[in-house]
Design a protein around this ligand. Structure first.
Ligand code: PLP
Ligand code: TYF
Length: 397
C-alpha cells in the first residue's frame, strides 16, 4: 500500500543544514536556516534561560499533565509581552489563549480555527511569505492567496499595491501579517501602514491574523509590536500566533502561543473552549517545558532584565552585521544598490540575486543561502563579511 506514496524532497530551508554540514571548505558560511548565531557561529542557550532551567530543575516536583491551556503563567506573560500589560483587551479578558508547540503549532491551530469559523475563508499571505505558512494553512483545508507586498526594485514594502488588494477583501477573508522582522524579506510595515491596515480591516470586515516570531530582534521588544498593538486596540477581533523560538532561543523546545482576541469576555471564553478543543484533536496539549522557562524569566525581575539585555545584544549584533555587510559590499563596488540591507529589520534580507547566482555562491564559494537569495544575517560574523562581499562581487560581475 505504501508504494502509492512517493519519496518527497527535503524542506528547502532545513535541507541546507545537511548541505552545509557536508561541505569541507574551511571558508564556508551558513546563511541558510533562520537561527540566531553568535560571532563563533554557535546558537548558544541564553544565560537567562540557563538560570531558569536550573530553577526549574530544583523546583519541579511532578511531570503530571498541565492541562489544555499549557503553563498559565506563560500564557499570561506572553499576552502582556505582545499586547502590553495594561492592554484593554487583556484586562477586559477578551483574549483566549493557549500554549502551543512552537509558533508553527499556533499557526496550525489558528488555521483550523479559521476553517471552523467558515471553511470557505481565504487566507491572504504576503508575496513572498515564509514557506511554511503555505502547508500549515493549506493542510487545514483553507484556500491561500497572496497580496502584493515586497518591491524587489527598492527592497521595501510596496504598500500602495498591498492596499489596493486589501481594499477588495471582505468578511470571508483573513489577512496574515508578519508582526515584525518579515521572513523572508526583512522589509517591515511602518507604523503608518499598520494604522492603514487597521482602517481597512474595519472598513472591509476581513479578519487580521498576525504571526510574530521575532519580537525583540528588530528595534526592541516594545517598538517591534507597536503596529500589532495599534491593530489590537482598534479592531474587535483578530488572531495572533507567537513563537519563543528566536527571542528566547527555545527552538527545539517548541514553545509558542495562540491568542484569539474576541469582541467581549463572553465570546473570548467560548473561543477558549474552541482552541482547546482543536488542540485536543491534534496533539492533546502542548509540551510544558519551554513555557515553564519563559514563565520563570518573565516573572522574575532579575532574570527578565537579564533576558532583555541578552535579546537587545542579539539585535544590536544583527544591526552591526547589516552595516558591516553593506560597507564591504560598497567597498567592492558592486553595480547594484544594496542599501536596503540596513533599512531592513530582523534576521533576514533578500539579496536580490538570481537562482543561478545563488547556486554559484553555494558551489564556488560555499556560501549557503535559500534559493530565493534570502540570507540569515545572524549567520554572518565580522571575519567573513569581506569574503561574502567579494564572492558576491564575483557572481554579480
Ligand atoms: N513564523 C515565522 C515567520 C517564522 O520565521 C517562524 C520560524 O522561526 C515561525 C513562525 C515559528 O517557528 P517555531 O515553530 O519554530 O516557533
Ligand atoms: O525561516 C527559517 O529559516 C526559520 C526556521 O520548517 C525554520 O523560520 C525553517 C523551516 C522550518 C522550520 C523552521
Amino acid at each position: 500500500m505504501f508504494s502509492r506514496l512517493p519519496k518527497l524532497p527535503a524542506d528547502p530551508l532545513l535541507g541546507l543544514i545537511g548541505l552545509y554540514r557536508d561541505d569541507t571548505n574551511p571558508n564556508k558560511v551558513d546563511l541558510g536556516v533562520g537561527v540566531y548565531r553568535d560571532e563563533q557561529g554557535h546558537t548558544a542557550i541564553m544565560t537567562s534561560v540557563q538560570k531558569a532551567q536550573q530553577i526549574h530543575l530544583e523546583t519541579e516536583d511532578s511531570k503530571t499533565y498541565i492541562g489544555p491551556v499549557g503553563v498559565p503563567g506563560f500564557v499570561n506573560g506572553i499576552k502582556s509581552l505582545v499586547l502590553g500589560a495594561q492592554a484593554q483587551a487583556v484586562t477586559d479578558g477578551r483574549i483566549a489563549a493557549i500554549q502551543t508547540p512552537g509558533g508553527c503549532g499556533a499557526l496550525r491551530v489558528a488555521a483550523e480555527f479559521i476553517h471552523r469559523l467558515d471553511k470557505d475563508m481565504t487566507v491572504w499571505v504576503s508575496d513572498p511569505t515564509w514557506a511554511n505558512h503555505v502547508p500549515l494553512i493549506r493542510s487545514a483545508g483553507l484556500e491561500i492567496k497572496s497580496y502584493p507586498y515586497f518591491d524587489a526594485a527598492t527592497g521595501d514594502v510596496d504598500y500602495e499595491k498591498m492596499d489596493q488588494q486589501l481594499a477588495q477583501l471582505g468578511p470571508k477573508d483573513v489577512v496574515l501579517l508578519h508582526g515584525c522582522c518579515h521572513n523572508p524579506t526583512g522589509a517591515d510595515l511602518s507604523f503608518e501602514h499598520w494604522q492603514r491596515i487597521t482602517e481597512r480591516a474595519n472598513q472591509q470586515g476581513f479578519l487580521p491574523f498576525v504571526d510574530i516570531a521575532y519580537q525583540g530582534l528588530g528595534d526592541g521588544l516594545d517598538d517591534d509590536v507597536k503596529g500589532v498593538r495599534w491593530l489590537s486596540e482598534n479592531v474587535k477581533e483578530m488572531i495572533i500566533a507567537t513563537s519563543c523560538s528566536k527571542n528566547f532561543g527555545l527552538y527545539r523546545e517548541r514553545t509558542g502561543c495562540l491568542m484569539v482576541q474576541a469582541e467581549n469576555k463572553q465570546q473570548a471564553e467560548a473561543m477558549q473552549t474552541q482552541v482547546q478543543d482543536l488542540a485536543r484533536a491534534n496533539y492533546s496539549m502542548s509540551p510544558a517545558y519551554g513555557g515553564f522557562l519563559v514563565d520563570t524569566i518573565l516573572h522574575n525581575d532579575a532574570l527578565r532584565a537579564e533576558w532583555q539585555q541578552e535579546l537587545a545584544n542579539m539585535a544590536t549584533r544583527v544591526k552591526a552585521l547589516r552595516a558591516g555587510l553593506l560597507e564591504q559590499i560598497n567597498a567592492q563596488g558592486i553595480d547594484k544598490d544594496f542599501s536596503f540591507i540596513t533599512r531592513q529589520k530582523g534576521m533576514f534580507s533578500y539579496l536580490g540575486i538570481n537562482p543561478e547566482q545563488v547556486k554559484r555562491m553555494r558551489e564556488e564559494f560555499s556560501i549557503y543561502m535559500a534559493d530565493s537569495s534570502r540570507v540569515n544575517i545572524a549567520g554572518l560574523n565580522t571575519h567573513c563579511l569581506e569574503y561574502v562581499a567579494s564572492s558576491l562581487k564575483k557572481v554579480c560581475g
